[in-house]
Design a protein around this ligand. Sequence first.
Ligand code: DAH
Length: 439
Amino acid sequence: MRSVLGSIMGGTTEFAGNFVPRDECVVSFFDSTVCVGTGRGVDEGRGPCACPLVHRSAHRGQAQGPLHTPRHPLSLRKDEELRQREAAFHMGSTVQEDILQQLEALHREAEAALAQANSSETTQAWHSEYLGRKGRLTGILRNLGSLAPEERPLVGKVANEIKVALEQALQERQAAIAQAELEAMRRAESVDVTLPGRPQTLGKLHITTRMLRDIYKIFAEMGFQVYESPEVETDEYNFQLLNMPPGHPARDMWDTFYTTTPGQLLRTHTSPGQVHAMRQYAPQPIRVIVPGKVYRYEQVTARSESMFYQVEGLAVGKHITFSDLKGVLMNYANQMYGEGREARFRKSYFPFTEPSVEMDIDCVICNRKGCPICKYTGWLEILGAGMVQPLVLQYNGYDPTEFSGFAFGMGPERMALQKYGIDDIRYFYSNDVRLLERV
Ligand code: DAH
């Protein structure tokens, strides 16, 4: 940037006048010969002025040209004016020169400081320091009163031009900083839309849920409806109506959680669902599956949990035979584990079925070669089943001489363990998502 003082010396003729007291504007700097302090001419050959101000010419004791030439500003030609300005500058008082030098130094310093400012905050601080009401430029101009009235306009003009120049520089700097800040923000917050998206981890249904849905689908095709039955049961429904009166030794097969209400317990199996269904539908024929949670007061191990799922099945009608049971279960095994599975029925005992069986299929993991999942037997036990005990039919609304039925009960977790070769039932409810990744 061009020096303001330089531009004045180079002949700038605008006059902003901000810092020049109005009533003093009439006194031109170029006629500067009258002391502000005494009001008399300082270079009239009468020696130094008596006022406390230091006048350059008086100080040096030498006159520098015709100081009293009457001036007619409008009639002055431009080059003459310039010459006079220059002369006046050189002839100005020491105080005036000092102030002009201070202004020039301030200008340079302010410019340098502004170049260092690199944020909105620092430019604001810069503004208050140099241009603010209590800033340094104003500070210098406070000394204006120590100048002869005719010296003031030039100082005022220079100060004003410095002010304008600095304000202009400030604006440019602020714009540059704002631009840089914007650029930095853009760089920091930019989004590369060409980058490939982040893969989303897809959720998965829990294995038990998937097993249950597969079971529902297979049995739905064979005409079985899903029947819901309570998890909190009575001793009567969980045992007695299933042919297990109090004290019946078969009750030992189910370690039971009892509630504090006498006769109330958490169901140990879904078989009480048979009782509910029969009591609701008798004497209509029934074909239902009863899925849900059951609870056992058991030590939790790799093979047993205290809470797990069961799916009960019940068909009641006229002329239902064991062949129907076999046909339904074989169809189920083929659909669940794949066509061509071998199955075997072993005799068993349940108080609510007669005869009772357990159904095994050939091990889906080792194809009967023997593995830890089938405990090297080559067979997997998948469910218990049988023909509904006549007493159970009778207790629950069906005449056993007219009606017959079959029932079965399976554990979806057990079947999932077998199907997917999972070695520990505790994975199912320990909330470890790695289980979901396995299947
Ligand atoms: N309720 C039996 C249990 O929890 C499973 C069962 C076996 C259910 C035979 C049946 C059945 O309906 O006929 O071990």
